[in-house]
Design a protein around this ligand. Sequence first.
Ligand SMILES: *[C@@H]1O[C@H](CO)[C@@H](O)[C@H](O)[C@H]1NC(C)=O
Ligand SMILES: *[C@@H]1O[C@H](CO)[C@@H](O)[C@H](O)[C@H]1NC(C)=O
Ligand SMILES: *[C@@H]1O[C@H](CO)[C@@H](O)[C@H](O)[C@H]1NC(C)=O
Length: 384
Amino acid sequence: MPKPKSNPFTIVFFFIFSISTLVKVQSVTFSDDIAALLAFKSAVKPTSIPPTSCLATWNFSTDPCSVPRVTHFTCGITCSNNRIVQLTLDSQSYTGTLTPLVSKLTQLINLDIGDNNFYGPIPSSISSLPNLKTLILRVNSFSGQIPSSIAALRSLQTLDLSRNSISGSIPNLKPLELLTRLDLSYNKLSGTVPELPRSLNELAIKANSLSGSLSESEFSGLTRLTVVELSDNSLTGTLNPWFFLLPSLQQVDLANNSLTRVVPADSNAELVALNLSYNKIGGFLPASFGEYPLLRSLALSYNKFRGPIPWQYSKKGSSLQRLFLEGNYLNGSPPAGFISGAAGVTGSLGDNCLQSCPVSSQLCLKSQKPVSICQQAYGGKPKS
Ligand SMILES: *[C@@H]1O[C@H](CO)[C@@H](O)[C@H](O)[C@H]1NC(C)=O
Ligand SMILES: *[C@@H]1O[C@H](CO)[C@@H](O)[C@H](O)[C@H]1NC(C)=O
Ligand SMILES: *[C@@H]1O[C@H](CO)[C@@H](O)[C@H](O)[C@H]1NC(C)=O
C-alpha cells in the first residue's frame, strides 16, 4: 500500500477492499454498512477509544449484525434486516471527525454521538439518510456551518446540535415537515431566526448571536409550538401580539436580548412562564399579563419599564405566583397583597422607584433606586 495515511480516499478503498478478507464469518450485514462503520471508527483517534467502550468492541473480524454478539459489536449499533438502523455511541470523549461515509448507512433511523469530542464539519452528505428521525450531535466540538442540505432529511423529528462551535446563519428548515424538536443552543450561529417547520414543538437556539426581530412569517402556522428558548442572543425590535397568539405556547425565554417593546395580545390560553428579563424594553408594564389564566412566572427584570405595577397583577384569582420586576423604573406603591403576603407572590421588586416597599417583605429585599435617579427618569417629577 502506498502511504495510506496521506490520502483519505486510499484509506477508504483499503477498507472496502479489506472487508472480504477481514470478515471471516459469513457476511450478513449489507456491505456498504460495514464499509461505513469501518470508516466511522477509523475517523476516531484510537487513543480516544477506551478498552471498555462501545467503539472498542467494534472488531471487524466478525460481522456487525451477526448474533450472538458476545464480545464484538456489543453496543453502539442496532441492526434490522441486516441493515444498521441505529448508531448511538456512549459518551467517552471519543475524539475524531464524523466521516462523510456515514451517508452509506441509508437505513439509519437514529444517529446519536452526543457528549463526545467530535470535531470538524458536519458532512453535508448526511442529507442522504432518508429515514433519519433523530440526529443528535450535542456536546461535541463540531464547527463550520449547518449544511443547508440538512433540509433534505424529510423524516427528521429531533435535531440537536447544541453545545458545539457551529457558526454562520441557520439554513431554511421549513422543509423538515416532521421536525418537533430543534436545539441549536450554545453555538456561534448568527443571522436571523430561520424559517421554521410547522410541526415544531420545541425551539431552542439559546446563547448564540442571532439578530434581527422575530417575524410573524417565520412563526406562521406553528400551532404546536410549546417551548421557545431564545435567550442570550441579540434579538431586537418588538414582541408583537401575534407571538402571544401562537396557540400552544407555554414557556418562553427571550431574556438577555435587545428587545425594545412588548405588545402582548389581550388574551392567551396556555402561557405558563415568560422571561423577558435583561432586555431594553420600555413603556408601562402590560396589564394583560395579569389576565393570562395560566401565567405563573413572569420575569421582566432589568428593562426600562416605568409607571405603576398594574392592579391586574395582584387581583383575586390571578395565576401569577413568581413575579420578577427588579431593575426597572416602576413607581407608585406595590399592591398591598404583595407586601402583606396575602397574594402569595414571590419574586423581586427591588431596584425600582417604588414608594413604600418595606424590606420586611421578601419582595423588597433589594433597595430602591436613589431618588435622584428616579427624579431624572421621571423628568424631575418623582411621582407618577
Ligand atoms: C479482534 O478480535 C480478535 C479475536 O478476538 C483479536 O485477535 C484481534 O486482535 C482483534 N482486532 C482488533 C483490531 O482489536
Ligand atoms: C447575557 O448573554 C451574554 C452573552 O451570551 C452572557 O455573557 C451574559 O452572562 C448574559 N447575561 C445574563 C444576565 O444572563
Ligand atoms: C430569566 O432569565 C435570566 C437571564 O437568563 C435569569 O437569570 C433568570 O433566572 C430567569 N428568570 C426566571 C424566573 O426564569
